[in-house]
Structure formats: C-alpha cells, structure tokens
Design a protein around this ligand. Structure first.
Ligand SMILES: CC(C)(COP(=O)(O)OP(=O)(O)OC[C@H]1O[C@@H](n2cnc3c(N)ncnc32)[C@H](O)[C@@H]1OP(=O)(O)O)[C@@H](O)C(=O)NCCC(=O)NCCS
Length: 224
C-alpha cells in the first residue's frame, strides 16, 4: 500500500511580539514613550507585530504603542519608544533603550549600554561599541563571560542623526541635533548641533539655531 508522505512539519512559531503582552507598556528612555496612547494604538502595534513572521523578539522587550518593525529583527532585553521605526536586520541588545519617534535604519547594531533619546535618526549599518579592549578569552584560555568585562555606555541625545556606516566608539555622548557623517568613526563627544565627519570624526561646522532637524543650514566658519 502506498504510504502517504508525512506532511511537512509546520515551522516553529517565531518569538514575535504577539507573545509579549507588553506592547502598550510605556518604554523608559523617551518622553514619547511615557506619553499616553489610546488602547487602539496599542492594539494596532500588537497586530502589526503579530503579522510579521520574521521577528525574533524576546519576551522581555518593551515595545511602546505605534512601534513599526520591518522583517528579520532581533531584539532582546531592550525598550523601544512610541512610533519608532526599525529597519530590517537590526539587532538591539539587552539594556539598550531607544526613545520615541526614532528611525533605526536597516543593518544597524545597537549594543548593550546604548541609550538613544527621542527623535534620533540612525542610518544603515551603524555600529555601536561597548567594550574598548575586547578579549574572547581570559589568560587561562577560558571563554570570557559577562563577569569578565564591564559595559561602557553611549548616549545619543534627542534629535541627533548618525550617518550610514558610522562606528560609534564607547563612552561618547552625541549631542542634541548633531549630525555624524556617513562612514565616520566617532571617538569623542560630539557637541550639540555640530556636524562631524571622518575617521576620527572631526568638527565640520555647527548648525545655525534655531533649526528644524533635517533642513539645510548655512556654515558658521567652523570648518577645520
Ligand atoms: C557630513 C554631511 C552631513 C555633510 O555635512 P556638510 O557640513 O554639509 O559637509 P560638506 O558636504 O560641505 O563637506 C565638507 C567637507 O567634509 C567632507 N565630508 C562630507 N561628508 C563626509 C563624510 N561623511 N566623511 C568624511 N568627510 C566628509 C567633504 O568632502 C568636504 O571636504 P573638503 O572641505 O575637504 O572638500 C554629509 O556628507 C553626510 O555624511 N551625511 C550623512 C548621510 C547619511 O548617511 N544618510 C543616511 C541615510 S541615506
């Protein structure tokens, strides 16, 4: 007797936000995240996440209402503020906080210890760093554990923009509404409203106040 082929196994259900039960809980680290949102917004956020089959979102992630997630995203132990958009192939680690109304573009890595305030733009393929002198193993050859190194923190202030391909070294603060040029390596603090670029990133100029984020601005003779 001809045996019927075994039906293909259903793929394991991804750990999507549908099991979080947390969308709608305010996420720390952003004024927008603390704002009140309607239950309808929260429902929409949950439904959007549910529809996405290609997310890996740990149950401890806090997603505020209105968060928009692309595909192939890996989030764990972090918080994302209201209405923030996250592109494909982004990883955000534990103890990282993203504010409200941010755009995190595809292929970006946000590591533990990074705080991004409200209204921040992060370009494609931006890499944050939290260990200045990394080692895989201890002197005895054993793999290092979390106990063997200390997280170094980074702060990106409200309204800042980080260009694609930038690397942000540990222990820096990127000032409010500043702009980091594409491909820059940021090794020191960036002043508010400054435009910096290069490796290491140097000051190009300051934006004129008051200035809407994202609009063109005239130079103020700060070029080096
Ligand atoms: C830095 C940036 C904001 C331009 O700032 P700006 O003050 O208008 O700078 P200018 O274009 O007038 O260039 C000034 C100088 O900086 C250099 N420069 C500009 N951008 C640079 C960068 N990313 N890295 C290194 N040098 C850069 C220019 O070549 C120029 O050098 P020169 O004076 O020797 O000719 C822009 O070039 C940039 O990198 N934007 C980020 C875009 C991005 O990543 N978007 C992501 C979404 S697609």
């Amino acid at each position: 007797m001809k045996r019927h082929a075994k039906p293909a196994q259903r793929p394991a259900r991804p750990r999507t936000a549908q099991r979080l039960g947390r969308a709608g809980r305010p996420a720390p680290g952003g004024a927008g995240a603390r704002a009140h949102h309607s239950e309808r917004d929260a429902r929409r956020s949950r439904a959007g996440a549910r529809a996405n089959q290609w997310l890996a979102i740990a149950p401890d992630v806090r997603l505020a209402p209105g968060v928009k997630l692309s595909k192939f995203i890996n989030l764990y132990g972090c918080s994302i503020g209201a209405n923030t958009k996250i592109g494909a192939f982004v990883e955000i680690q534990k103890n990282a906080a993203i504010g409200a109304n941010c755009k995190i573009s595809s292929h970006t890595f946000v590591c533990e210890g990074v705080t991004i305030e409200d209204g921040v733009f992060v370009g494609h393929g931006v890499v944050f760093i939290n260990d200045s002198y990394p080692r895989a193993v201890n002197p005895d050859g054993a793999l290092q554990t979390e106990a063997d190194w200390k997280v170094e923190k980074t702060l990106v202030k409200a309204g800042a923009s980080i260009g694609s391909g930038a690397t942000i070294l540990a222990n820096v603060t990127i000032g409010e509404q500043s702009i980091v040029g594409a491909g820059s390596v940021v090794t020191r603090d960036v002043p508010p409203r400054a435009i910096v670029a290069g490796n290491p990133a140097k000051l190009l100029r300051f934006l004129d106040p008051p200035q809407a984020v994202g609009r063109a601005s005239s130079p103020v003779n700060q070029r080096k």
